[in-house]
Design a protein around this ligand. Structure first.
Ligand code: 5GP
Ligand code: ZN
Length: 119
């Protein structure tokens, strides 16, 4: 587990601690999806790797597959929650310094027209 989790990282905790299991909507061996605590749209989820990756700026070509799986899990959760129009969703990363949690997380929002203008 060395280099895998970061002590004191809230997303490491949510993704890996049993007592945080209730927050998790969907999981695979390398990813979890949970609700954003401060939703900016009727559907707002975060998909994170269980491993502590600090930022999208540190991703390399070998991790394209991981990012694709993150997007797939996000769309899966939306579908499971009744979203049918996959052209009316928003998926994306915020880039440092415009981030508040230093653990890679894909924002998954729907519908597009109801995303808060403050987001
Ligand atoms: P960003 O860093 O991409 O700008 O935003 C981080 C996102 O994580 C925010 O949308 C914020 O509401 C969400 N967030 C921050 N802390 C927590 C937390 O403890 N639990 C959950 N579920 N979401 C969080
Ligand atoms: Zn972390």
């Amino acid at each position: 587990e060395e280099e895998f989790l970061d002590d004191g990282c809230i997303f490491c905790l949510i993704a890996n601690e049993e007592d945080k299991e209730a927050e998790v909507i969907q999981r695979s061996n390398e990813l979890v999806c949970f609700k954003d605590i401060c939703p900016a749209a009727p559907h707002h989820y975060l998909v994170v790797p269980r491993k502590h990756i600090m930022s999208c700026l540190l991703l390399n070509k070998e991790q394209i597959g991981l990012v694709e799986k993150m997007a797939e899990m996000g769309k899966d959760v939306l579908r499971a929650r009744g979203v049918t129009d996959m052209n009316d969703i928003s998926l994306g990363f915020h880039q440092p310094p415009y981030t508040s949690v230093d653990h890679l997380h894909l924002h998954v929002l729907a519908p597009k027209s109801q995303i808060s203008t403050l987001f």
